[in-house]
Write a protein that binds this ligand. Structure first.
Ligand SMILES: NC(=O)c1ccc[n+]([C@@H]2O[C@H](COP(=O)([O-])OP(=O)(O)OC[C@H]3O[C@@H](n4cnc5c(N)ncnc54)[C@H](O)[C@@H]3O)[C@@H](O)[C@H]2O)c1
Length: 703
């Protein structure tokens, strides 16, 4: 049963029981209405308590029903709420732990509400590109006032019950329970009290009957609309939240409900909402590995070691310190250790200065950090992450030492970005304990973690590192072993296509602007300047020996020959002023590209923003299709996660695969065939990957 029914004396208690968060799926909704009917039919029952079992009152809609007909099958949530409102006996909602989305809307349909302290209260629908759809925008302003309600609805952020209960004039909670433990008894007492109060047949209070006004009316909503527009330029939902709450102040309740419903249904099918819902499920799916069962026993990770205190090592260490896990850092020289520790201190101190980190938290974190120059000191740690120079010989020496000193069962991870994880694993006598953990720079900031699964990596090692990733608040995606793993392998093709665009007539600024307008956090040339153009240069030199057939624009090599490596040298595709990140176009670079074109006899042409975006995004998509077919990525949605959280792909487009799916893969292939005919591009480049060609022909999608 997803809703339990029990009678205590003259009070019926309906308890939602649909783990993990009592989602309001079809069976739960039926459970509530059946129980309610039973309570109303039983003359011995005088009042009703509605509450949730386990760790929530209710987290809202059941995500497992998303997009299925069951989500709206009667009784839908609106009907359940209507049944609560029309109950002839007082209904008291007893909320605790989590009361969100549809769960909060359900509570607002009850006659009375009692809350336990510490309960997270929210209407988070905006985070999925929606507005609340079961009266949240009409009822919440009536109990909390327009401004507080609108803030909660536009942000989607949870607020603690005790804070809401302390707001003057609030009508959300009629009472606060002393604790979660005392809530059931206090709710029963309150239900009995209300039964007595209404024994004379007096009307039960309904939120819908409360007045809803803002003293400044139009002016306030105009102000709110301007604020919201500035903050959410790519998403329609936040602006619609303002419209819906305004309707609560200008329309009759039922008209406001109809208005909310109409907005909700229209938003449901916008590309932005579909993208956000896709990412919501993609993020949860990313942590699941097809052949690693969810109940795989985990190895215990209580302490870690980091080898190398450079750019990555320091950032990686901070993730674990932030999570309260002790870190031992190893370097070859004391100076390197000192430098690494100083950088960590500097990063934390900047956070303290900005008020983002309390001094005592900073002290606690630093106390968890220790350093050493001797491998033998690492023997007690449960996991080690290597972040030394990207040279196979150096990695070999390090992994041989780790194999010697680490205890049996310890996890040995490498942060390599280009080297073969299987080769690294074979430097040890325990390749099953070796895994790649590819952090992104800055490692303490970037959310993405590519977990590189070697041919012999043990399943429990995979399960453990996925759990560790969650603990340090990373979004982990599994990648097979290949050159560049998922993200960098795709970005190489994106970069190549960017080069062809320069050859044909674009400036770096034009390409970057088009991509930034599309929504990328940064265009490809600004990104190159940030990462260091020398990295790509080294890769192209390697390719010249490995894959001489691979065609590249020469412009990036010419740039590197001038020593313009990017932000770190103050000059790359753009100029940079020390201490600032603004990219200033440089006339010499533009001239360098023009001269190169002239030397090749290329007459530049005007290229539209649309063509720029399509060529760069489809370059990603085509390589991704290869990656998927080779089994390097487990699923298309994993690739979307990599690009959103590691490469600044716009969330409102849902990732490159989702974007291609929404355009239609047939259309993507058609465009690629057109690009292949361009003599200045590379026909080979635009050969659709077999998987892409097949899906396009069958009218299917990646996701
Ligand atoms: N920088 C990035 O953007 C980035 C991103 C992802 C992965 N990576 C990978 O992370 C690793 C480290 O990169 P980085 O940018 O931090 O380099 P870095 O040069 O900043 O730091 C490397 C550190 O390792 C130390 N070191 C070298 N050999 C050692 C040894 N034998 N024992 C102990 N310490 C040793 C060096 O003293 C230096 O402090 C590389 O494998 C790189 O490919 C880098």
């Amino acid at each position: 049963m997803t809703a339990e029914y029990k009678v205590h004396g003259d009070v019926a208690v309906i308890t939602l029981n649909n783990p993990p968060v009592n989602g309001l799926g079809y069976a739960t909704r039926i459970g509530i209405t059946d129980a309610l009917a039973q309570a109303n039919a039983d003359s011995a029952v005088k009042s009703i308590v509605l509450t949730g079992a386990g760790k929530a009152f209710s987290g809202g809609a059941d995500i497992r029903e998303f997009g299925s007909p069951k989500a709206t099958q009667e009784p839908n949530l609106l009907s359940v709420i209507s049944a609560l409102e029309h109950s002839g006996k007082p209904v008291v909602a007893a909320v605790h732990s989590v009361c969100m989305g549809g769960g909060l809307e359900l509570a607002l349909g009850c006659h009375y509400r009692i809350a336990a302290p510490g309960c997270s209260v929210a209407l988070p629908e905006v985070k999925l590109g929606l507005i609340p759809g079961a009266g949240g925008t009409q009822r919440l302003p009536r109990v909390l006032g327009v401004e507080t309600a609108l803030n909660m609805i536009v942000s989607g952020e949870p607020v603690k019950s005790e804070l809401l209960a302390s707001l003057p004039g609030q009508k959300l909670f009629d009472k606060m329970a002393a604790s979660v433990e005392s809530l059931p008894a206090e709710a029963l007492a309150m239900a009995q009290e209300m039964a007595v109060k209404h024994a004379d047949g007096s009307a039960l209070p309904l939120v819908r009957n409360l007045p809803c006004k803002h003293p400044l009316g139009d002016a306030y909503f105009q102000f709110a609309r301007n604020m919201v527009k500035g903050m959410s330029k790519n998403f329609p939902a936040p602006g619609k939240c303002v419209d819906a709450v305004e309707a609560a102040t200008t329309k009759k309740f039922d008209e406001g409900m109809a208005f909310e419903r109409e907005i909700f249904i229209n938003l449901m099918w916008t590309p932005e909402c579909r993208a956000l819902r896709h990412l919501f499920t993609a993020e949860r799916a990313a942590s699941k590995i097809p052949d690693v069962p969810a109940d795989t026993p985990l190895r215990d990770i209580k302490s870690i070691a980091v080898i190398g205190a450079g750019t990555m090592g320091g950032g990686i260490a901070m993730n674990f310190l932030n999570a309260g896990i002790p870190v031992k850092m190893l370097e070859m020289k004391q100076e390197a250790l000192d430098r690494g520790v100083a950088t960590i201190r500097k990063n934390y101190e900047a956070q303290v200065k900005k008020g983002k980190l309390k001094q005592d938290k900073y002290d606690q974190r630093m106390a968890l950090l220790s350093t050493t120059l001797r491998y033998d000191d690492l023997a007690g740690t449960d996991m080690v992450i290597e972040a030394v120079f990207e040279e196979i010989g150096v990695k070999e020496a390090v992994f041989k030492e780790l194999d010697r000193v680490m205890k049996p069962g310890a996890i040995l991870a490498s942060n390599t970005s280009t080297l073969d994880v299987n080769k690294i694993a074979n430097f040890t006598k325990r390749p099953e304990d070796v895994v790649g953990l590819h952090f992104f720079s800055p490692a303490n900031v970037m959310k993405l973690l590519e977990v590189v699964r070697g041919a012999r990596t043990a399943k429990d090692v995979m399960a453990t590192v996925m759990a560790v990733a969650k603990k340090i608040k990373k979004i982990a995606v599994v990648s097979g072993v290949c050159d560049g793993f998922i993200g960098n392998r795709m970005i190489e093709q994106y970069g190549r296509q960017g080069g062809f665009l320069l050859d044909e007539g674009c400036t770096p600024a034009q390409v970057d602007k088009a991509m930034e307008k599309f929504g990328m956090a940064m265009g490809p040339f600004r990104m190159g300047d940030l990462a260091g153009n020398d990295i790509g240069w080294a890769i192209r030199k390697r390719r010249a020996t490995e894959r001489a057939d691979m065609k590249y624009s020469k412009t990036a090599d010419l740039l590197c020959e001038k020593g313009r490596f990017g932000q770190k040298t103050g000059a790359g595709w753009y100029d940079y002023v020390a201490g600032k990140r603004d990219a200033i176009p440089n006339a010499e670079v533009v001239k360098m590209i023009e001269d190169y074109r002239a030397s090749k006899g290329i007459v530049p042409r005007k290229i539209s923003d649309e063509e720029i975006v399509q060529r760069l995004v489809f370059a990603l998509v085509n390589e991704a299709a290869h990656i998927l077919e080779e089994g390097i990525a487990n699923k298309a949605s994993d690739i979307d996660i990599v690009y959103i959280f590691g490469y600044g792909f716009p969330a409102h487009r849902g990732g490159p695969m989702n974007y291609a799916d929404q355009l239609g893969l047939f259309n993507v292939v058609q465009a690629m065939n057109r690009f292949a005919k361009n003599p200045l591009d590379d026909a080979e480049f635009w050969q659709p990957a077999p998987l892409l060609a097949r899906l396009a022909a069958e009218g299917k999608t990646f996701n």
